[in-house]
Design a protein around this ligand. Structure first.
Ligand code: COA
Length: 400
């Protein structure tokens, strides 16, 4: 007859077992890192680059429009996987009517996990524990459409153990990073000792094509989107003297904006990904933001003044930051970390919020997190979905 090992005899009820599985403290951010592809394009030169490489110089009015959007974008530089070499090898990428999805998917299936590995290996080094101590991996990307997908490839590039529990998130677009962090919080708090690696990696190659009169919002996405990857390690009950908790993750929420289903859409077609942003998106977000914040702070029972918080807002576009600051009555400079990331890298979809968190962290280390205690991390995407995580500055960033 099979007998239970002696150490199992002490746990009498499923509730006892469950209690023992749970962490004591909240999920915390333990390390953050980012990476970009090598090619960097100045926003001032982007319209010339884009119209030249897509052979579209015969459309001067569209080029002027792109120049106007670039000027107002708040972006100075973006990094991109799509360079002249890639387009020379695949001229079909410039024409949305041609079949090119297979080639794009093939390229992305290597480029996406490799870019993720560049950020994740830095995050693991900063964390200070071996990669084999990672218990869970959550990978978010809209750029990879193949299985086995980027999560599996990343696990093997990093040498994670074969028991690592993997999840791939797709098509969350610009809220993918926040969604992954929210799930990491749940895993860390419900599995004692869990260490969750969140990886986001986006290359806009999947949605790159030439300009067309019919799709003017595509000019907006070509003016805003850049490529990058970000990695975050999340875990509860940090190990003293080994792990440095940067932010506590106090509460997470998701809200779907009413009457917004068609406002941001993404669809894979034979010619790559079709992406649409309606004109009213910044206004729609600004109109819903206070409700989301109030819901989150009510849930934790904290009375917060928006002006006292620190902000990690997804910089989906310059106007989104302008209108959110205005709607919440924030001081000039409240979203400085988001604006800096937008300026230096553009909108890297779901990955961007990880860059913003990293920039906030850098600012707290450089200047000290003196008054700041509570903060809000926010991201938006198709739905229209508004994701939020309430953060608190943790001991690793205090007293610097
Ligand atoms: N679709 C098509 N055209 C658009 C557009 C959209 N969604 N948004 C702006 N434009 C056009 C305007 O019509 C204008 O064209 P024009 O120069 O021919 O008149 C041009 O872009 C510039 O717009 P303007 O209103 O003058 O400037 P702005 O202050 O709004 O700045 C952006 C332009 C794109 C930087 C700004 O609108 C923005 O940040 N948008 C947010 C993008 C977004 O929703 N991202 C979501 C991702 S999560």
């Amino acid at each position: 007859m099979l007998m239970a090992p002696a150490h199992q005899a002490a746990a009498t009820t499923t509730q006892d077992i469950r209690r023992a599985q749970r962490a004591d403290g909240p999920a915390t951010v333990l390390a953050i890192a980012t990476a970009n592809p090598e090619t960097c394009i100045s926003q001032d030169e982007y319209a010339d680059f884009y119209f030249r490489v897509t052979n579209s110089e015969h459309l001067p009015q569209l080029k002027d429009k792109l120049k106007r959007i670039c000027k107002k974008s708040g972006i100075e530089n973006r990094f991109t996987y799509v360079n002249e070499e890639v387009l020379k090898a695949h001229p079909e990428f410039s024409d949305r009517k041609l079949s090119s999805l297979d080639a794009r998917v093939e390229i992305a299936s290597n480029a996406v996990p490799e870019l993720a590995a560049a950020a994740a290996s830095k995050a693991i080094a900063e964390w200070g524990r071996p990669a084999t101590d990672i218990t869970h991996l959550i990978f978010s990307t809209y750029s990879d459409l193949k299985a086995p997908s980027s999560d599996r490839r990343l696990a093997s590039l990093l040498g994670l153990r074969h028991t690592v529990s993997r999840t791939i998130l797709s098509l969350h677009g610009c809220y993918g990073g926040c969604r992954a962090l929210q799930l990491a919080k749940e895993l860390a708090e419900n599995n004692r000792g869990a260490r969750v690696l969140v990886a986001c990696s986006e290359i806009s190659l999947i949605a790159f094509h030439g300009p067309e009169e019919c799709c003017l919002d595509n000019m907006v996405s070509h003016a805003l989107f850049g490529d990058g990857s970000g990695a975050v390690i999340v875990g509860a009950d940090p190990v003293d003297a080994v792990e440095r908790p940067l932010f506590e993750m106090a509460f997470a929420s998701q809200i779907t904006a009413p009457d917004s289903e068609g406002a941001i859409t993404v669809q894979h077609m034979k010619g790559g990904m079709d992406f649409h942003i309606a004109r009213g998106v910044p206004e729609m977000l600004a109109g819903n933001i206070e409700r989301c914040l109030a819901h989150a702070f009510d849930a934790v029972g904290v009375a917060a003044r928006w002006k006292d918080l620190f902000w990690a807002v997804h910089p989906g576009g310059r106007r989104i930051l302008d209108l959110i600051e205005e709607a919440l009555g924030l001081d000039n400079g409240a979203t400085a970390a988001s604006r800096q990331v937008l300026r230096e890298f553009g909108n890297m979809s779901g990955t961007t919020v990880i860059f913003v968190l990293n920039e906030l962290c850098r600012r707290f280390v450089a200047d000290g997190a003196k008054g700041e205690d509570w903060g809000a991390l926010m991201a938006f995407g198709p739905g229209v979905t508004v994701e939020m995580i309430l953060l608190r500055v943790a001991s690793g960033l205090k007293g610097k």
